[in-house]
Design a protein. Structure first.
Length: 249
């Protein structure tokens, strides 16, 4: 009976973690460039151990937490510093502890002309340098499909500023989720050239979280959690009754 109680407890803990994961996705449904987080479950005991040593009882836990990098929908903003990537690839940023990657392109220009994210992280060019945009003096900022940044003056002359770094990752399972829709690259993988992409100026990629799907998963996880909770309560009741019977005897 004790094994069954721990099995139910393990299931309840796993479902509680799943609910927290789904809640985080729903909280970021309106966050530009957000990639939904997913979890997978596994059984702790192998089938032979479950049959021979645990009397058919098993324990569940979260096996993996990973990100869904499928593209989100596009929204037109007409802001010249809003950029979205169609196809494969990530923008590169300079984080406090190294290079970060993101699909979120609502960029801004600080007082020194430095191109940054909305949270102040510098955006990098193809050489790994920060991008400084000179005073446009009444001109316009234009972005090419390949990520090249231009300044167009009043006469229509075009000057190149820098080319945005747009790279892909060989194995996206090695991307670790960081703050503000960014990812860091762990060992075992590397950057690769992203040949199949376009940078679209004046557009933003939205979150790829589907509210209907996440709400359905949330309801299912809540019901499963409640079921485990009822099982635990039943075990407690049985234990109390056993104690009473033992006292009478």
């Amino acid at each position: 009976m004790v094994s069954g109680k721990y099995s139910a407890l393990a299931g309840a803990v796993s479902r509680e973690q799943s609910i927290a994961n789904i809640s985080a996705n729903l909280a970021n449904i309106n966050t530009n460039g957000y990639k939904r987080s997913l979890v997978s479950f596994e059984s702790v005991l192998r089938s032979r151990q479950q049959s021979n040593e645990a009397g058919g009882i098993n324990f569940s836990r979260i096996k993996n937490s990973f990100s869904d990098f499928s593209p989100g929908a596009m929204r037109q903003t007409d802001d010249p510093l809003d950029m979205a990537i169609t196809g494969d690839g990530f923008f590169k940023l300079r984080g406090q502890n190294g290079v970060l990657y993101t699909r979120r392109g609502d960029f801004a220009m600080n007082g020194d002309g430095l191109l940054t994210t909305s949270n102040g992280l510098p955006v990098l060019d193809e050489r790994g340098a920060q991008i400084n945009i000179p005073d446009i003096d009444g001109g316009k900022i234009a972005i090419g499909d390949d990520g090249m940044i231009y300044i167009l003056d009043r006469e229509g002359n075009r000057d190149e500023v820098a080319k945005l770094a747009v790279v892909d990752i060989a194995d996206k399972h090695n991307l670790r989720r960081e703050k503000d829709t960014t990812f860091s690259l762990q060992g075992g993988s590397s950057e690769v050239n992203s040949g199949d992409y376009r940078v679209i100026q004046g557009n933003l990629e939205l979150s790829n979280v589907n509210m209907s799907s996440e709400m359905a998963k949330l309801i299912q996880s809540h019901r499963t959690f409640e079921t485990y909770h009822k099982v635990l309560k039943s075990y407690s009741t049985i234990s109390e009754q056993q104690d009473e019977l033992g006292t009478v005897a």
